[in-house]
Design a protein around this ligand. Structure first.
Ligand code: AMP
Ligand code: MN
Ligand code: MN
Ligand code: MN
Length: 295
């Protein structure tokens, strides 16, 4: 049975549209992520691994067992005006060739960047970081800064992952390498072409001034983007209010996601997100998905 989600679940909806598994830089396998989501009462979850969709089939299998509605997702790394942005695709078809091929190219680029990061750390006197990061990445087909951070933390270079980022992996630090990802227009085209909706992830993280932010939102809308994250682990309550207003002003749908990476790694646990502010139009308001309440 297909119903309008908002009417059906208004009182018991627990929805989280941004999460990671071991397919990218999360700590839980897709199955364990779904089990954790179920234990937290989540009934609709998007798995949005960085630049890879390889976790979706395992997640879908487990979502059925856990009685969770899985939304096919991805978080695409984008370069816009020399800055890195993350664009979430929701409701994508992972088999759409331009999307699958485009993500593969991004992962190839990540490998080149990982080698460059390791070479810089080598010069700085930290050896073996590529192998270390690769071991942290496990089954993942990509290597990210988080894998380097976990390796460096495990070797005692800083007290935890957050401190490693600050000390080594952000602009101006010895292990930082600038990188050109895909363009905003390509990422949105892949997402839309596969039947999905494009959403700007954690907009407050980019620290754009008013002018650039306005430019981003108008370009994003012109290119066919439809949503923006309003509730995120990266946002303060004030930023949530600010982006709720912006979303309604720009006629963008609002999304919410914990950006869960594993126990203790994100501010909000799965299923523990505050509600969207009332002026928002939730991105799921027009979704038609099977009624999970009666299954
Ligand atoms: P990458 O896409 O490989 O450059 O890595 C980006 C990922 O690193 C983000 O998705 C976060 O998981 C993580 N990250 C970025 N900045 C920080 C930070 N300051 N502290 C902890 N994790 C971070
Ligand atoms: Mn991440
Ligand atoms: Mn992100
Ligand atoms: Mn994320």
């Amino acid at each position: 049975m297909m119903r309008n989600l908002v009417i059906t679940y208004s009182s018991m909806l627990n929805i989280d549209l941004h999460s990671h598994s071991t397919i990218s830089d999360g700590m839980l396998s897709p199955s364990r992520l779904l089990a954790h989501a179920a234990s937290r009462g989540v009934n609709i979850l998007a798995l949005t691994d960085h630049d890879d969709i390889a976790g979706l089939s395992e997640a879908r299998h487990c979502a059925l067992q856990e009685n969770i509605t899985l939304i096919n997702g991805v978080e695409i790394s984008v370069t816009w005006h020399s800055r890195t942005l993350h664009i979430i695709g929701l409701g994508i078809n992972p088999e759409h060739p331009p999307l699958a091929d485009g993500l593969e190219e991004i992962r190839d680029g990540r490998m080149d960047r990982a080698q460059a990061i390791a070479a810089q750390l080598d010069k700085y006197g930290i050896h073996g970081s590529l192998e270390g990061a690769r071991a942290q990445a496990g089954e993942s087909r990509l290597i990210g800064r988080t894998h380097f951070a976990r390796f460096l933390a495990s070797q005692g270079y800083a007290k935890d992952v957050k401190s490693v980022f600050k000390k080594f992996l952000v602009k101006g630090k010895p292990g930082y390498v600038s990188h050109v990802w895909t363009s905003l227009s390509e990422a949105i085209d892949w997402i839309r072409g596969s039947g999905g909706q494009a959403v700007i992830a954690h907009p407050a993280r980019y620290k754009l001034g008013n002018n650039l932010l306005e430019q981003l939102l108008s370009e994003f809308c012109e290119l066919g983007g439809t949503g923006i994250e309003v509730v995120s682990s990266s946002h303060t309550p004030e930023q949530t209010r600010q982006f709720a207003q912006l979303a309604s002003h720009m006629n963008l749908y609002a999304s919410c996601g914990s950006d869960y990476h594993g126990p203790g790694e994100s501010y909000f646990d799965l299923g523990r997100l505050p509600a969207l502010p009332p002026e928002c139009t939730p991105i799921w308001s027009e979704w038609k998905i099977p009624d999970i309440q009666e299954s």
